[in-house]
Design a protein around this ligand. Structure first.
Ligand SMILES: Nc1ncnc2c1ncn2[C@@H]1O[C@H](COP(=O)(O)OP(=O)(O)OP(=O)(O)O)[C@@H](O)[C@H]1O
Length: 690
């Protein structure tokens, strides 16, 4: 009974919507008839678009192209879905779009597309002064009397039936006040076109003609309006940027460029907008890479929301996944086997490491495995002479020649055992890919490469990505922050032969994410850890940043026992308002603690989404993962249970503490800093006393 009643109500509502749309359509047709000289087909397109004005859109018709004497712009539409520069066509033959070319009746018509793109750029420039990102400005070609829904580079090609629903279905990115401000501004930039033949005249309304339902997609419009209403609006930062961010997005760089800046300063936001911008400016593909595995998935979700038209021309990938795929595509066999490679190292350590001089410096094999991974193989070193001379960046222990020889013996033993077991390690994959990329360098597979969290890469990784685009203008963009390095070792860009000059090195300084209290607490952890970034610049741990004002809270909970500590965490999560779990994360210092809290949360019936499965789409579950997995992400509420378990006891500066231990402690603090700066509004720090 209840279900039948609700179905009846829905049917009634659908009929009411349909009646409303029909009335609006007829009013729109009457209005369109006032453009006396336009063809019947164009009038129908105008009428479709006029309908949108009932849904908060503003329609500017037949405007003058600024800076030209006679050229005009058919329409500019500004609405919740963004800004659309519209060219209406009424061609005798249907449009054909293939291989990025426009033609009709066998005749090339690319000039029309070029003109529309040029005027779209003018619109982009005009709205940039109001902070609107170019991703929100789209060129549209609409064909009267035709059915079409295609893409021509960044131009969307639609038929007269398709255009209304397509625009109505655009995700809401602007509020009414922004629509008003932007439309007013564009009205000034694109003034009325006096030479128009499609002039609006105050002729008396034509006798009402019945709506030609064959050409008017009533259902399409209704479904699109309902669809859009059900979808959440996209984030503000996906449309509006601050002037310094916008300048970086639209800039022309003559060669490789770099954007750095402290945590939360919008580096990824700029990188994503720039990726979309570049994808729209070129016909080639763009590669967006990070070191972490889960981050590309999240960023791809964001790009799809903010610039769906170009999303399929951007490959989001982790560096190693991309390298493997690239090698596979080029027929190079890869036998990556992490466990067998680790066994090879353990055997090498037993054979030539554990009784060597290396134990004087650090008896733990892990430090020496890192030395091989990050200093030797990560830098592409293949001879002892190179290793003997190399500056071991961000490695604190001072190695004399005897130690370097011992490391080299360990490296050689490892390599021979690894090769004997017929496997590759992660570094081998990048080395192979670099060799292969150098072979195909004259035909680069990408127009541009954007690297996020570049500080996590090895030197070979950066060389590989540089090789893909070389020093091409707007080719390579490296984004990152040395303070958030969570892996040992390091390199300078100059080691990779990358020369960032003048305005190609940019620093962002406004933190948009963290509240003052949260940032203060995080900076406290790394205050004494000066760090060297990839440009070789030494920077103090406590950096100056501008904050955007918003309130926040650091909650410190210390309990006498682990059981009470865990209960406090569960209580804090249970106290969250409904729906807030979707923007909450529990981040853990070790794999063991992840297991513990996964069990605990599940037992308490709190839904959990592991960070390795998170793809950026909202899911009503608390996210759970390691500090490293949380890199590049952010959440309103961040919980760090047992956050201080790995922190040094406070005497790490004492003379008796080995340099290698200090290096490890620094990394622990960097990782904690990364985890803390993921919090926007609430940072919960749990510890067990004693
Ligand atoms: N122009 C903007 N307007 C509003 N919010 C913004 C703007 N730019 C960035 N933000 C907010 O700041 C957050 C942080 O941005 P982003 O993740 O790009 O910073 P980041 O520098 O890459 O951070 P990290 O290095 O810590 O990963 C964004 O998720 C967004 O919420």
């Amino acid at each position: 009974m209840a279900a039948g009643g609700s179905a009846g109500r829905r049917a009634q509502e659908a009929r009411r919507q349909e009646r409303l749309l029909r009335e609006q359509w007829q009013a729109a047709r009457r209005e369109a008839h006032r453009w006396e000289a336009a063809s019947e087909g164009e009038q129908r397109v105008h009428a479709q678009l006029l309908m949108l004005t009932e849904y908060g859109w503003r329609l500017l018709v037949d405007r003058r192209w600024p800076g030209t004497r006679a050229a005009n712009v058919d329409m500019v539409l500004v609405g919740p879905g963004g800004v659309f520069v519209v060219d209406v066509k009424n061609w005798r033959s249907p449009p054909e779009t293939s291989g990025g070319r426009l033609s009709a009746g066998g005749e090339p018509r690319d000039g029309h597309a070029a003109k529309l793109l040029a005027v779209t750029r003018v619109a982009e420039g005009a709205v940039a002064s109001l902070g609107l990102s170019p991703v929100a400005v789209q060129p549209l070609m609409v064909f009267a009397g035709r059915q079409a829904d295609a893409e021509l580079g960044r131009i969307r090609v639609l038929g007269e039936r398709e255009v209304g629903p397509a625009l109505m279905a655009e995700r809401r990115r602007m509020r009414p006040e922004s629509v008003r401000a932007i439309a007013d501004h564009l009205e000034r930039v694109f003034p009325d076109y006096e030479g128009s033949t499609v002039r609006r005249t105050e002729v008396p309304a034509q006798p009402q003609q019945p709506a030609s339902d064959g050409l008017f997609d009533l259902e399409g419009l209704r479904d699109a309006a309902l669809d859009e209403a059900l979808r959440a609006p996209i984030e503000r930062w996906m449309t509006f940027l601050d002037p310094e961010q916008l300048a970086l997005v639209r800039r022309n760089w003559a060669g490789p460029a770099r954007i750095s800046g402290p945590a939360g300063t919008g580096k990824t936001v700029v990188a994503l907008h720039r990726t979309a911008h570049l994808a729209r400016r070129t016909t080639g593909r763009i590669l967006y890479v990070t070191f972490a595995k889960n981050l590309p998935r999240v960023q791809s979700t964001f790009l799809k929301a903010m610039a769906p038209a170009v999303a399929d021309r951007v490959d989001f990938s982790s560096l190693h996944a991309w390298a493997q795929e690239f090698l596979r595509g080029r027929g190079v066999p890869v036998r990556l086997h992490k466990e067998k490679a680790t066994t090879a190292f353990s055997r090498a350590w037993m054979r030539v490491g554990r009784d060597s001089r290396l134990t004087e410096i650090d008896p733990v094999s892990n430090y020496w495995q890192e030395e091989i991974d990050y200093v030797i193989k990560g830098r592409g070193i293949t001879t002892f002479e190179e290793y003997e001379a190399v500056r071991r960046r961000r490695r604190r222990a001072n190695l004399r020649e005897t130690h370097r020889r011992a490391v080299w013996a360990l490296y050689e033993a490892y390599e021979s055992l690894r090769i004997n077991s017929g496997v590759h390690d992660f570094n081998d994959v990048l080395t192979l890919a670099l060799a292969e990329a150098r072979r195909c360098a004259p035909n680069p597979p990408y127009a541009a490469v954007v690297v996020d969290e570049v500080q996590d890469l090895t030197l070979v990784g950066v060389r590989l990505l540089h090789t893909l685009v070389g020093d091409a203008p707007n080719g390579l963009l490296l984004v990152g922050d040395g303070q958030q390095a969570v892996y040992p070792g390091g390199f300078r860009l100059s080691d990779a032969g990358i020369d960032i000059r003048g305005d190609r090195g940019q620093v962002l300084r406004t933190n948009y994410r963290n509240s003052k209290q949260i940032l203060e607490a995080a900076l406290e952890v790394v205050a004494d850890d000066a760090f060297e970034d990839i440009d070789g610049l030494r920077t103090p741990g406590r950096r100056e940043v501008d904050l955007t004002y918003h309130d926040g809270q650091v909650v410190r909970v210390t309990e006498p026992s682990l059981a009470e500590h865990d209960q406090a965490l569960l209580d804090a999560l249970a106290a969250l308002p409904s729906g807030a779990l979707a923007d909450a994360a529990v981040l853990c210092p070790s794999a063991r603690t992840i297991d513990r809290y996964q069990r605990l949360l599940t037992q308490a019936k709190i839904p959990v989404c592991l960070l390795e499965h998170y793809d950026g789409n909202p899911v009503d579950a608390v996210k759970l993962g390691s500090y490293r997995r949380a890199k590049g992400l952010e959440f309103k509420h961040v919980y760090l249970p047992q956050y201080d378990t790995l922190l040094p006891g406070g005497n790490s500066e004492g003379a008796d503490v080995a340099e290698t231990a200090r290096e490890r402690d620094e990394l622990v603090r960097s990782r904690l800093f990364v985890a803390m700066t993921r919090a926007r509004d609430v940072l919960w720090l749990g510890s067990v006393a004693g």
